[in-house]
Ligand binder design. Structure first.
Ligand code: ADP
Ligand code: ZN
Ligand code: ZN
Length: 752
């Protein structure tokens, strides 16, 4: 038998697959998807079997044989998916396959092995008398004490067997005492062998877990029934795609849970994607609480060992629901009945490494391959999703709260970070003892530093972007450090200008740190704490603790970047403030308006006290949006709570400008240590594309990033497939020469 093996190497130049002769003894273990260790250009590398064949074009004596079979193989469907991803995202099959395997699998490590003791049939017989526990000291009649070593068991040995039985018949030997177990092994009562011990991640449940399904509201029932009807339909009619549109708290998760339950009842499996696990521990907890151990989680906060073992549980069918961020879309499940993508508008579904896959696109592809039901959910769906999927809506919050009014505040001419209206609202809140969330999409203290006498701006030496001031706590002398938000470069706060030696340094713009500091000075007290949450250096745990502290506090403020408007649902926040809507609005990207609308709407969805609270002086719920562009379209629609209006308007604009869903974008970036080779590679790619159907923008220089000069081409095409193929061919043609000149070429299909 011949196995066509794709070696898992990083280089684009290696294509594959390559033929290997499978020896008779190995044949039973080698199927499509199997992970092998194979000799390849003088080394031993991991590789995945992508095809089996009866013969090879190569002469038998030229065929190498695989060294061995590793234990974490893929399914044939995942192999096919990897080939599709390579083509769809202009990457290689090897890179796509590598994303699908659990950490450590490729070197045969990853699994934790330990000596595990198992009760044998004879061991069970010693304990297994029908009389029950009271008779344990009297071996059952059928058991031959002579065969078991001749001597009667001591009480301690009997107790040990009982302990083993109480653990379901297996335990790690170390746990119960290897020495003593070895003596029982010699008598044939237990067996001891090295085995894989699964490491289960700690349950991430935060807050209460509602294990029982509540009776669904009529809206939820209608949505769930539509999904269930498709799940129960014959295979040909199961390939449906739904958009579940509903504000935060409208009960979307309950509908997903009902659909997952139905898929499980049908004996099938399910994948639930969430934007970022750190932001959504509650969602994860709800799935675990409802379905228990059939839920596996796959996310980056787990250790490599935990991820490996959760992957194995999915692969062997022990776990049948996978919940996690984008990479969970590659979960090794078979017979998938349902794929859910929650908060489908989130840009975190786009993978930043190569292949730059979009988990939403991969979810669609996998759902089709499995005849599975696909459900996207959001309060602010992307315009393209609205045009492509059947829509179900949950128009009201489950608890009946109305959406808070959204007021747009004009900041033109203001020199203060807070509008007078905002200041008043915060003072009222402090007086009345309520909670507020303040959102500012800018980390750090100041946006950038400049010299007051010559205008010099402090830039990152690697990235050509302004350095951001951090952790300056005093308003006098500058302390703390300055940092680059792209590459992490840090340096001490400058004392004097390198150009003119002036010691007068101006700081511009306010970041979350400065706002936190100023609010604390102005409003903070023991009874009115100010918390800050952003994507800075703080780890997951610090973030989780900050969120918990805010949730528990009876009153206070939470200041942070956009993550404060995502994932969490605090029941009693009555004021939401967007401090600088312009930050998102002015971002140079065609999705800027969509993101701004989404940001304000997502924040509004998290504001509003349950009715009948009646705390004195707390005031009614509201959302304030500070901006220099009070007439901007997304802000007007957000203030009207008009998602449908915004989407309809946005689609008109997208059609006029030929943006998705009316065209596909592909971005090609060439990067190198020096400017010329990067530009030349981009020009060579451009020359190969210029006679095609697509519109080309560039080559245009981008700002230097991590010490690398970059040149970009953007391809805008109405016909997606031919454009991707043309770009793939151009990159393949130019790639080898570019690589020799030290240029890396990256392709981003559907950039975010
Ligand atoms: P979404 O996912 O749209 O934000 P959730 O499903 O999380 O909404 O529901 C919001 C809150 O309402 C949750 O605390 C949930 O437990 C509760 N909830 C949802 N559906 C019901 C229901 N039918 N009856 C009672 N409580 C519900
Ligand atoms: Zn200067
Ligand atoms: Zn940098």
């Amino acid at each position: 038998m011949i196995a066509r093996v794709q070696p898992l190497t990083r280089t684009r130049a290696v294509r594959g697959p390559f033929d290997y002769a499978v020896p008779e003894a190995m044949a039973a273990e080698v199927a499509v998807g199997a992970l092998l260790r194979v000799p390849f250009s003088g080394r031993k590398v991991p590789g995945v079997v992508v095809e089996l064949a009866a013969g090879s074009e190569l002469a038998p004596e030229r065929l190498a044989t695989p060294e061995r079979v590793l234990n974490a193989g893929l399914t044939p469907e995942l192999v096919a998916l990897a080939r599709w991803m390579a083509r769809e995202y202009c990457s290689t099959t090897a890179r796509a396959l590598a994303l699908m395997l659990p950490p450590g699998a490729a070197d045969g490590r990853g699994a934790k092995r330990a000596l595990v003791a198992t009760l044998t049939a004879d061991g069970a017989a010693v304990l297994g008398d029908p009389g029950g526990a009271g008779h344990l000291n009297h071996p059952s009649r059928g058991f031959d004490a002579q065969r078991a070593g001749g001597r009667a068991l001591t009480d301690a040995q009997r107790a040990l067997l009982q302990q083993l039985a109480a653990r379901g018949g297996t335990a790690t030997a170390a746990e119960l005492g290897t020495e003593a177990l070895r003596r029982l092994e010699r008598r044939g009562l237990v067996q001891i062998a090295p085995r894989i011990v699964p490491r289960r991640p700690a349950n991430l449940v935060v807050g209460r877990a509602d294990a029982l399904a509540p009776p669904l509201t009529p809206d939820q029932r209608a949505a769930a029934d539509a999904l269930l009807a498709v799940l129960h339909a014959p295979a040909a009619r199961r390939r449906e795609e739904f958009l579940l549109q509903g504000v935060t708290g409208s009960g979307k998760t309950e509908v997903y849970l009902a659909a997952v339950q139905a898929a499980l009842d049908l004996g099938r499996t399910a994948i639930v994607l969430v934007p970022e696990i750190a932001l959504t521990p509650q969602a994860l907890g709800r799935f675990q609480a409802r379905f228990g151990d059939v839920v596996a989680v796959l996310h980056s906060a787990l250790s490599a060992g935990e991820r490996h073992d959760e992957w194995m549980r999915l692969r062997c069918g022990e776990a049948r629901v996978c919940v996690g961020p984008r990479s969970a879309v590659l979960a090794p499940l078979e017979d998938i009945g349902l794929i859910v993508v929650d908060e489908e508008h989130e840009s975190s579904y786009k993978h930043e490494g190569d292949p730059r896959y979009d988990a939403r696109g991969v979810a669609r592809r996998r759902a089709r391959e499995h005849d599975a039901l696909l459900v996207f959910g959001s309060a602010t769906p992307r315009p393209e999703t609205v045009t492509e999927m059947r829509r179900l809506s949950l128009p009201h919050r489950v608890d009946g709260r109305a959406m808070p009014p959204v007021e747009v505040l004009d900041m033109r001419g203001s020199h203060q970070p807070l509008h007078p209206e905002t200041r008043m609202a915060l003072a009222d809140l402090r007086h009345g003892g309520g909670k507020a969330i303040l959102l500012l999409n800018r980390r750090g203290w100041s946006n950038f530093l400049s010299c007051r006498s010559c205008g010099h701006v402090w830039l990152c030496p690697n990235c050509e972007v302004a350095l951001v001031l951090h952790a300056a706590r005093s308003s006098g002398a500058l302390r703390g450090h300055v940092a680059c938000h792209h590459c992490g470069h840090r340096e001490p706060v400058p004392g004097r200008c390198p150009e003119c030696a002036s010691v007068s340094v101006a700081r511009h713009g306010a970041g979350t740190e400065r706002i936190e500091h100023e609010l604390r000075e102005a409003l903070g007290s023991a009874g009115f704490p100010v918390f800050r949450l952003d994507a800075g250096a703080t780890g997951l745990e610090v973030r989780a603790r900050t969120l918990q502290a805010f949730e528990r506090a009876p009153a206070g403020l939470l200041v942070g970047t956009q993550m404060v408007a995502k994932g969490h649902d605090f029941p009693d926040v009555s004021l939401g403030v967007v401090l600088d809507a312009d930050q998102t609005l002015r971002f140079p990207d065609f999705r800027a308006e969509e993101r701004t609308f989404s940001l304000v709407t997502q924040l509004a969805g998290r504001i509003g006290r349950p009715g009948g609270d009646g705390r004195p002086g707390a005031g009614a719920s509201r959302v304030l949006v500070q901006t220099l562009a009070p007439d901007a379209r997304p802000l007007r629609f957000a203030a009207e709570h008009d998602a449908d209006g915004f989407i309809a308007d946005e689609l008109i604009r997208r059609r006029a400008l030929a943006y998705p869903p009316y065209a596909s974008l592909i971005r090609v970036v060439c990067a190198a240590e020096s400017e010329a080779p990067a530009r030349e590679a981009a020009e060579a790619i451009h020359a190969r594309l210029v006679h095609g159907e697509a519109l080309l923008l560039g080559p245009a220089p981008l700002f230097r990033l991590r010490g690398r000069h970059r040149t970009q081409i953007v391809v805008k095409a109405r016909e997606r497939r031919p454009a991707i193929d043309a770009v793939g061919a151009a990159v393949d043609a130019v790639g080898p020469a570019a690589a020799r000149a030290g240029v890396s070429v990256s392709v981003d299909v559907d950039p975010q």
